[in-house]
Design a binder for this molecule. Structure first.
Ligand code: ZN
Length: 396
């Protein structure tokens, strides 16, 4: 009996691992009685804004230390997003010749927010301890005060909550047009990053690598699953995606060819699409139609975000790092970099006050409320004889 129960549990976990965006958004509709705005892949109301950068904030809502994933993992995840939304991923080579003609490029950039809603300099990551051991999609406790973290202005930031989602739930996103107080994406902490880390169980093998979030950002941009919204063989409002009965699962091992199975349709389905369930090594491309629909959505539904975007201070190279003071805090601003750097701070007597490594961070808060007014030196050290020193005056 006991063994049977374990088998049953394993089986149910296997079939339940999924994106629950459809279920989540369906509930919203039932509660609010409004339809999500109709967005298709036909260009209608483009704002004409190009070189779009989306400011992102990650809200880490943790109950155990392993759920409190490190900053470095967020940077790795962000890199996967930027790779995927700029068609820089090399594994589109797995596409058949037919599918290669059906690849679109968003040319969208994602950047950790550098200012919070109050204008304070930030690294774009918040951390909140919660007493809840897990969360699910039909309650939004992780998005609320006391149990989790309220969003930053959802019209200006893409909010991504990272928490322990109930067994089998990988993540979900709210389609544009839903309630502002819950707008954003929720991810299970085991699926964030660009690989399987030592805190990840084997429940989600095949899904690690960062593309679940690419899929969820697709939903956040109004893109539906290729099989449509809460249905089979439905309309995803994209012209170049064939009808499809339902998801392609990881265990199907990413075949080159599968057929739609809709109404006797003999069309091949996409299989290797970011908006399917076919696994990290199989979800490698958006179609041009999906890209058009996503960009339409962005331009129509998220125009405030595009218009209010404030570029980061330009830092050309690590040698030209910037020191910003805000209130009594000192922030170091670096350009994006892969280097492992060392940061040091000295007072004028040559006494070293701070010394720690920097791993891909581009905004570092050194604090500073305890520092007396006066002159200090910041030094950044790295490989290839990188050694840059700047002086600044600290004032309270
Ligand atoms: Zn989905």
């Amino acid at each position: 009996m006991y063994r049977f129960l374990i088998l049953l549990l394993l089986f149910s976990v296997q079939i339940k691992s999924q994106c629950v965006s459809d279920e989540y958004n369906k509930l919203l509709l039932q509660q609010n009685q409004t339809e999500f705005p109709y967005v298709d892949d036909i260009s209608t109301n483009r704002s004409g804004i190009t070189n779009i950068t989306i400011p992102v904030v990650f809200h880490i809502v943790y109950n155990t230390p392993s759920e409190n994933i490190p900053d470095g993992v967020i940077y790795q995840q962000l890199e996967v997003l930027n790779e995927s939304f700029n068609l820089r991923n090399a594994d589109t080579v797995i596409l058949t010749d037919t599918l290669k003609k059906l690849v679109g490029n968003f040319k969208l950039n994602f950047e950790l927010a550098w200012k919070d809603p109050d204008g304070n300099i930030t690294n774009g990551i918040t951390r909140t301890e919660t007493s809840y051991s897990e969360f699910t999609y039909y309650q939004q406790y992780h998005k609320k005060k006391y149990n989790g973290k309220e969003p930053w202005d959802t019209e200006r930031y893409l909010n991504i909550w990272v928490c322990d989602l109930s067994l089998g739930l990988l993540g979900y996103a709210q389609f544009p047009g839903g309630p502002v107080e819950t707008d954003g994406i929720t991810m299970d902490y085991e699926l964030v990053g660009d690989r399987k880390y030592n805190w990840c169980s084997s429940l989600y093998d095949g899904a690690h690598g960062g593309r679940i979030l690419v899929h969820e950002v697709g939903h956040w941009l109004s893109i539906f699953h290729p099989w449509g919204y809460t249905t089979e063989c439905g309309n995803d409002m994209v012209n170049d995606t064939p009808l499809q009965r339902g998801p392609v699962q990881i265990y199907q091992n990413c075949p080159d060819t599968l057929f739609s199975e809709c109404y006797g349709d003999s069309n091949r389905i996409l299989v290797k699409n970011y908006m399917d369930y076919s696994g990290n090594n199989c979800m490698v491309a958006f179609t041009p139609g999906q890209v058009a629909k996503g960009l339409n959505s962005l331009n129509v539904m998220r125009q405030t975000m595009l218009e209010s975007y404030e570029p980061r201070p330009v830092v050309e190279s690590i040698l030209d790092f910037k020191i910003l003071q805000q209130n009594s805090n000192i922030h170091i601003v670096l350009p994006p970099h892969d280097d492992y750097l060392q940061l040091e701070m000295y007072n004028l007597n040559g006494k070293r006050l701070i010394n720690f490594p920097i791993n891909r961070q581009t905004i570092i808060n050194l604090g500073g409320s305890g520092l007396a007014d006066g002159v200090y030196l910041i030094r950044i050290l790295g490989g290839s004889n990188l050694n840059s020193v700047k002086k600044f005056y600290k004032h309270n």
